[in-house]
Design a protein. Structure first.
Length: 362
């Protein structure tokens, strides 16, 4: 059996006016600009810079000294406030998660613009934008945690209140696995699965499972989600893909499983002399892939691509009971049938799967 799958995920924001609507995965950054006496400083120019891409946006604080940035891509940012007659204030390590809301207040002291006050400690994250209960898994965790089946949707089970269906097939080509969990109140196969804000649901299955090495962040929401996620009856699991940055980066990997190193798990199966027993010893699996990201034009256009291929040979046990006349012996490639006996015939199903993703950001 051969399954070939190619998925192309493109984000061309220059063509965004014709894009279809989706649940928004981006976040919000807001705060107030104050002086040392906690008075508002209207007219302050606030600049927010993405540390990875160098993309900058600006906002002029209003009459109450408040500033806000909406539709912020998940990532790490530096926020700077400038006003004539005051020292420049800079807040670093502002982490914006999927659908997160971050408040970062800036305090400007009297002085010249050539002077600067830098705050390295990240601001305390307070969620003002949503009332739902979310679990967010960032890139460092996604990259390092071992995952059975290398299926990123399996990380939902890190939430102790999420119940994943037992004995679920979790290979990336098992499209029902992503929705096969209970987020509270019998929501199994009634949840919503999003990739960069786009719904992947097709009935209770998903249309695409990205490679783990291509995933930047995962957010799992319980069944008390916001109204914008009204597409499902249960919880929401949202994946955010990695993107290119000003620095070139990538990875390569190879995983292999050889059944010749395993013992035969069923001691009741008789083995004929010289018989090939690999099919009785488990799966033969090879997984290899690579990722690469970098700039097309620094601070402007970026690309990220990933490729993963599975060569999966898994044994399938089929039991057939056949009555035989006394004294009659039949020989088959796998086992020898003796009079009045039945055996388990084991065959091997081979499956080849490819996962590809290509992302552009402008």
């Amino acid at each position: 059996m051969t399954v070939f799958r190619i998925a192309l995920v493109g984000q061309l924001l220059l063509l965004a006016p014709g894009a279809i609507a989706a649940q928004n995965y981006r976040g919000r950054v807001q705060g107030s600009v104050l002086d040392s006496t906690q008075g508002a400083l209207p007219g302050t120019t606030v600049t927010m810079v993405n540390d990875a891409t160098g993309v900058a946006v600006t906002f002029v604080a209003g009459s109450d000294g408040h500033y806000i940035f909406d539709f912020v891509e998940p990532g790490l940012y530096t926020i700077t406030g400038e006003l004539q007659g005051f020292k420049k204030a800079q807040q670093r390590n502002v982490r914006v998660a999927q659908r997160g809301s971050v408040t970062a207040d800036l305090t400007l002291e009297i002085g010249g613009l050539e002077e600067r006050v830098v705050v390295e400690a990240p601001p305390v994250t307070v969620q003002f934008k949503s009332s739902s209960s979310d679990l967010t898994l960032e890139r460092q965790l996604v990259d390092q945690v071992p995952i059975n089946g290398r299926n990123p949707f399996g990380l939902a089970s890190l939430d102790p209140t999420i119940n994943v269906a037992p004995n679920s097939e979790n290979r990336p080509y098992h499209q029902a696995y992503a929705n096969d969990y209970d987020a509270g109140g019998g929501t199994r196969r009634g949840n919503d699965v999003l990739l960069d804000g786009v719904a992947l649901g097709a009935s209770y299955k998903t249309a695409y499972t990205p490679a783990v090495d291509a995933v930047d962040e995962i957010t799992v929401s319980k069944n008390s989600v916001d109204a914008e996620n009204g597409h499902s009856l249960g919880g929401v699991i949202s994946l955010n893909m990695k993107a290119g940055t000003n620095a070139r980066h990538g990875s390569g990997y190879l995983y292999s499983r050889d059944p010749g190193l395993n013992a035969i798990g069923d001691p009741t199966i008789r083995v004929a002399p010289g018989q090939d027993t690999n099919a009785l010893r488990g799966s033969e699996l090879k997984v290899y892939g690579a990722t690469f990201g970098g700039p097309i034009r620094r601070n402007k256009i970026f690309t990220f691509t990933s490729f993963e291929r599975w060569n999966d040979k898994r044994p399938l046990s089929i039991v057939r009971t056949v009555p035989l006349p006394r004294g009659w012996t039949h020989t088959c490639p796998m086992n020898t049938l003796q009079p009045s006996t039945s055996v388990a015939s084991v065959t091997t199903a081979a499956r080849t799967t490819e996962r590809r993703s290509l992302t552009w950001e402008v």
